[in-house]
Every structure is written in C-alpha cells, then in structure tokens.
Design a protein around this ligand. Structure first.
Ligand SMILES: C[S@@+](CC[C@H](N)C(=O)[O-])C[C@H]1O[C@@H](n2cnc3c(N)ncnc32)[C@H](O)[C@@H]1O
Length: 260
C-alpha cells in the first residue's frame, strides 16, 4: 500500500481549494446512467439537443469510434477476445478492463505500451466515453474499446474468468455524505462480481484518495482470495485524479492484488 500523511482538517481545506481551482466539468452534460439497464439503447432515445455527446455517441457507434453500448453489448460476454481480435488482427494475449476511464488518460497509455494486449474501458457518462474513444482513435490504437455503462452490471457483460486484470483508479472520491458512502461502487456484491469475471492469477489494481474506502476494499478482496503482489507494470500510470491529489500533496492509497 502507498500512502502519505495529511491531517483531516488540512485535507478538507485542500479538497475545497482543489474543487474551487479545478472545477468538475459542467453537470448538464453528464447524465450518468445509474439506474439504466446496461443493454438499453438510451442514447438513441434521448433528445440529441440535451447533450451534445449523445449525437457523437450515436454517430460514433455506427462510424469509426471504438465504442460499444446498449444492444451492441448483448452477446459480447465471453467473446471480447474475438471482438478485439477482429480489430487487432490477432487474439489479445491478455484482456484488461479499466473501470472509470474518465477521459482515457490511463487506457491510452496502456494500449500504446502493450499493443499485444486488449483493453476495455468502461465509464458511465456519455461525454467521457466519447472523449476516451476519440482519444484512442486519434492515437490509431486497435487494441482498445470503450464501453458505456454502469460497472455494477459487469456480470452481464463478462463471463466468469474472462478477464486477466481489472483497474479502478479513484472511484467515488471525496465522499462527504453518508448517502454517497452507501452508493460507492466497491461494495460486497460488486467485488464478488468483479472477482468472478477475473480468472485465477488475474490482477486487480486499485488506487483511491480515501483511506477508509481503501481499507474496506482491502478487506473485501482479501476475503475473496486476492493477495497483494508485485505490480505487473513498471510504469505507475498516473491518472488525472491522482495527479490532482498529488498536486495538492493529498494522500493516495493503492494496492495491486492477484487472485489466488
Ligand atoms: C473520480 S473519477 C476518476 C477517473 C480516473 N479513473 C482517474 O483516476 O482520474 C471516477 C470515474 O468513474 C466513473 N464512474 C463512476 N461510477 C461509475 C460506475 N458505476 N460505472 C462506470 N464508471 C463509473 C466516472 O464517470 C468517472 O469517470
């Protein structure tokens, strides 16, 4: 585990300052899909004027963006290697999922560094999946795709043991209310589903700014048979949120577990 020390009051003050200086992107373009069936073609049904990314998403699916959502996710479980093989020209040696790709900073670097592996990035907002897919296209990567959906549904999208690794960097940061804590992505049922989609020997790499969230995740995954192990990657693959926390010298916590 990696961590640095910072007093609670300093942390609250620094987070407020961080929020002020680096505001979240405008909420009106977000529209998260929290309660939507992962196979529902929501973007095709939405008013295209409400969110500019809906248009791009619908166009992207039928044009060249490496995107997958709604009905096109159906039947993909157990066939992601074949799907990527069609794009790559050979079957990927490993299949890695990143949940919460944001604007694609981590997945793009991984896809470029490991061209023989296949990467799937999942996110819940239209804007972020479009921006990530555009980034992959601009870099001419063939070994990565972006999926739109709520990661809580991973058991519908992947078969047991299909994945060689999962990456989740800074899920649900800056929890201020009890209700937000209850809605955190990493809970018992999600960790069970994530574990089931990972094969034996696969990895789970978590980074977070919250020590109590980290401890909770640690308890859940070790209970499922994961053990801390040496990181497979020489590079740290610093994410956008990690860089933000670091710039304010806020503590971050991470572990690289292997499923035993
Ligand atoms: C705090 S950001 C972290 C982004 C990036 N991983 C980083 O470290 O910079 C959390 C990301 O997870 C996505 N996200 C949140 N809940 C999700 C869910 N249930 N399923 C898929 N993505 C989710 C958000 O849209 C956002 O892009």
């Amino acid at each position: 585990m990696v961590a640095s020390v910072c007093k609670h009051e300093d942390r609250i003050r620094l987070i407020a300052e961080l929020n002020r200086r680096i505001p979240f992107p405008s909420r009106k373009h977000h529209m998260p899909l929290h309660n939507v069936d992962i196979f529902e073609d929501l973007p095709s049904r939405l008013d295209k004027t409400v969110n500019p990314y809906v248009n791009l998403l619908v166009g992207g699916q039928h044009d060249s963006l490496p995107l997958c959502y709604g009905q096109s996710l159906k039947g993909k479980a157990g066939r992601w290697r074949e799907t990527l093989c069609e794009k790559m020209g050979f079957p990927p040696e490993k299949l890695i999922l990143e949940i919460g790709v944001h604007k694609g900073k981590v997945i793009i670097n991984l896809a470029l560094d490991y061209p023989q592996w296949g990467f799937l990035g999942m996110d819940i907002t239209f804007k972020r999946v479009v921006l990530s897919a555009e980034k992959l296209t601009r870099a001419h990567t063939k070994n990565a795709m972006i999926l739109l959906g709520n990661a809580r549904h991973i058991s519908k999208v992947f078969t047991p043991g299909e994945l060689d690794g999962a990456i989740i960097f800074f899920p649900d940061p800056w929890v201020k209310k009890k209700s937000q804590m209850r809605n955190r992505l990493l809970n018992e049922s999600f960790c069970r589903d994530l574990s089931s989609s990972l094969k034996q020997g696969a990895f789970f790499w978590l980074k977070t700014d919250s020590e109590d969230y980290f401890r909770l995740a640690e308890t859940m995954v070790t209970g499922l048979g994961f053990k801390p192990s040496a990181r497979l990657f020489p590079q740290p693959y610093e994410s956008t949120f990690e860089a933000r926390f670091r710039s304010f010298m806020l503590p971050t916590f991470e572990e690289f577990w292997t499923k035993c």
